[in-house]
Design a protein around this ligand. Sequence first.
Ligand code: CTP
Length: 404
Amino acid sequence: MTVLLGVGGGIAAYKVCELLRLLTESGHDVQPIPTESALRFVGTATWEALSGHRVATEVWTAVPDVPHVRLGRAAELIVVAPATADLLAKAAHGLADDLLTATLLTARCPVLYAPAMHTEMWEHPATQDNVQTLRRRGGIVMDPAVGRLTGADSGPGRLPEPAEIADLARLLLARPDALPRDLSGVRVLISAGGTREPLDPVRFLGNRSSGRQGWALAAVAAARGALVSVVAANVGLAVPAGVDVLRVGTAEQLHTAMLGAAARADVVVMAAAVADFRPQEARRHKIKKDGQEPDPVVLVRNPDILTELVARRRTGQLIIGFAAETGDADGDVLAHGRAKLARKGCDLLVVNAVGEGGAFEVDTNEAVILGADGTQVDVAHGLKSQLAAAVWDAVSARLAGLSR
Ligand code: CTP
């Protein structure tokens, strides 16, 4: 699919080479449109070599082609990264003094802005107003990441990770309507990853959850305007921009963190894979073989966090569970899902079939979203972010129903 990559004049332009790579490697035809000042940071040769396309910064190149109109009409997505304060201002005000800004006016496809600038510039009311204007018109403006900036200073203003921008871009290419700003101000709490229950200082009982689905839920919710907190159990992925993360290890730690934070949340999602049992005792010293037969490991039950969250639910709070199921002699995946939804008492249960390489440690997923109100939404095999978007669609519809 045809993606235009608008590159602004900021130091983060060098990271956008990686973004260009990620997008072309996922099979998309990417046309970079750097601004004149972007070329001060990364030169024409780099953009042309990485994309396989000639690049121009102004409308006076290949005039008979009317490039800004041709590019704008062909584009299925425009990604602007780094979206500098100047570019956001120009886009918000409809200025069109170079190829990129003129193309932003001719295009009718989704536009994803990944801002990068100094904290003062990001927080300035002029920039914040411009961001609001763009969002109100349907532009998708990511929050910048928090961290080290150009010099020794740090704060909000870093370019979100190229992989995260690429994930949202892929989502928009698969589903152009996936990122409406319908969760503005909604406080979302998500558990992600998989718990580890220690046997001794070096060993644990764990599971194969990587945290990718929880991360996708967080990134998509943040892009839709939610205030997102994640409790992450053993997740080794980069934190999505604009998301608060609290790290835990065991089911008991996850339990404490989720129950503590849930009181402040409008929506709680239990996407983490929680160990149902833990070793009764975590040995203080490494278990040695000593030529002897091993001792049996005695397991005790962990709390069922989802059930407790449901029991303490505030009025109007939505609670969403996940279920990884395989069919067996007692029923198929969906039958198990429906029984679990009833047992857990949550509002939505996202059921995915596991086994045969599905669901774990990969970027794709396939699921059915069951509602306590009897609804069923089948989500076809696709990106984890697509499943995340379908979950937020279901949440958003319920929140709209509650506020009526
Ligand atoms: N869950 C939880 N606390 C646990 C176990 C699971 O909060 N101790 C949550 C998971 O995060 C998920 C949902 O419950 O959202 C279903 O998890 P699953 O492992 O499928 O369900 P179990 O209750 O463990 O049921 P079973 O293992 O019997 O299928």
